[in-house]
Design a protein around this ligand. Structure first.
Ligand code: MG
Length: 384
């Protein structure tokens, strides 16, 4: 494969910095066309100085001066404002857009990248949750254009190599269950921000860490799997696997099941999204087979994880429900992180927001933006 040029959206976040690790390890295969950051201008400037991309976008215009002063590589074109991210994804030099933006902000760049024929390595699962219906012509496995960066979907893609697609009976998506998997319902009332941010197995950004604790993240991932692998909701099931070693499984029509295993490390799914269908050497840790291991599984308790049930229901309802689900969840999580609301109010805000939907117009990018905006305002002012 020739050298691929990557436009890395969200380069200063957890997936972004790990993607740059993958680039560092594969300099003959990968180059960085562009990097984008939200507020962290210092890290973004360091990345520009090291990777010498063609473009860099800093969304936060207020830090323009500091950022310009910190950039040493003068050939990099600097842009200020989130709108430039979507404006640049169609640039002819780009081979693959790696979208690791957080939340709904990733939706328009995903649309624009697919419209301009780019491959998309997708870590921004909200793009699919909110807009799967609108971009479904670009999805499915017949000709892959969207490569999952999520560990579960990467596992499924790896299990499906060489398999006839019609032979899939079921996808089993594993979930760690987050830090509260052994809590009672009453115990959830005592959850603090500090406890919720301590994920037992993965090191990730704040928003997805909370989404993992509530299992909204797993609900999003089930929806993501339905779109990516073109399957009905009944064919996708989540199971709690506290050790996070098996990243997901596929059950085939003959009763055989395939799994993909590894020590949790996002650099593997990131690299696979870029190397597919090849594999490249990787320096991620290996499972030690000379030690004893116990790997366990248990069903998802939908009472303990109310957000998980709400996500599946929103997908079943369709229309604007997934957009409202995502918008209200983003606001509820932000309010929890700000210590404005207790942990258990997150699912209640989402539930109340879903009850308010009365939009029946045909889905379009503009109408989704409108519903997203309205749902945010509603979730922001809701008192629980
Ligand atoms: Mg995941």
């Amino acid at each position: 494969m020739r050298n691929q040029s990557i436009f890395l959206l969200g380069s200063t976040g957890s997936i972004g910095t790990q993607t740059l690790d993958v680039v560092r390890n594969n300099p003959e295969k990968l180059t960085v066309f562009g990097v984008t950051g939200n507020k962290n201008w210092e890290l973004l400037a360091k990345q520009v100085n090291e990777f010498k991309p063609k473009v860099a976008v800093l969304a936060d215009k207020a830090s323009e001066k500091q950022f310009r002063n910190a950039v040493r590589h003068e050939q990099t074109q600097l842009y200020f404002g989130h709108e430039y991210i979507a404006a640049l994804v169609a640039e002819p030099e780009i081979d693959v857009v790696l979208n690791s933006l957080v939340g709904f902000s990733g939706f328009i760049p995903t649309c624009k990248a697919l419209e301009s024929g780019k491959r998309v390595a997708l870590a921004n699962k909200e793009s699919l949750v909110v807009g799967g219906e609108l971009i479904k012509e670009h999805l499915g496995l017949a000709e892959i254009k969207v490569f999952p960066v999520d560990s579960e979907h990467s596992a499924i893609l790896q299990c499906l190599v060489g398999e006839p697609l019609k032979s899939i009976e079921k996808l089993i998506i594993t979930a760690s269950g987050g830090p509260f998997r052994d809590y009672s319902l009453e115990g959830l009332e005592q959850v603090t921000v500090e406890k919720a941010l301590k994920h037992p197995n993965w090191s990730m950004g704040a928003k997805i860490t909370i989404d993992s604790a509530t299992m909204m993240n797993k609900g999003f991932e089930v929806i993501e799997a339905c779109w990516l692998f073109d399957l009905p909701l009944e064919s996708v099931e989540a199971v709690i696997h506290p050790q996070s070693i098996i990243h997901s499984m596929v059950v085939f029509e003959d009763g055989s099941a395939k799994a993909q295993l590894g020590i949790p490390d996002m650099r593997l799914p990131i690299q696979y999204a870029l190397s597919y269908p090849d594999r490249w050497p990787g320096d991620v840790p290996r499972i030690s087979w000379s030690e004893a291991h116990t790997w366990t599984f248990r069903p998802v308790d939908t009472q303990l994880y109310a957000c998980y049930g709400l996500a599946l229901q929103a997908y079943k309802d369709g229309g604007y429900a997934p957009a409202v689900l995502n918008a209200s969840n983003e606001i509820a999580v932000a309010r929890f992180l700000n210590k404005e609301i207790p942990y258990i109010a997150i699912s209640k805000i989402v539930e109340k927001s879903l009850e308010q939907i009365n939009e029946t117009s045909t889905l379009s990018v503009d109408s989704i933006i409108e519903v997203d905006k309205y749902s945010r305002e509603f979730a922001q002012t809701l008192t629980i």
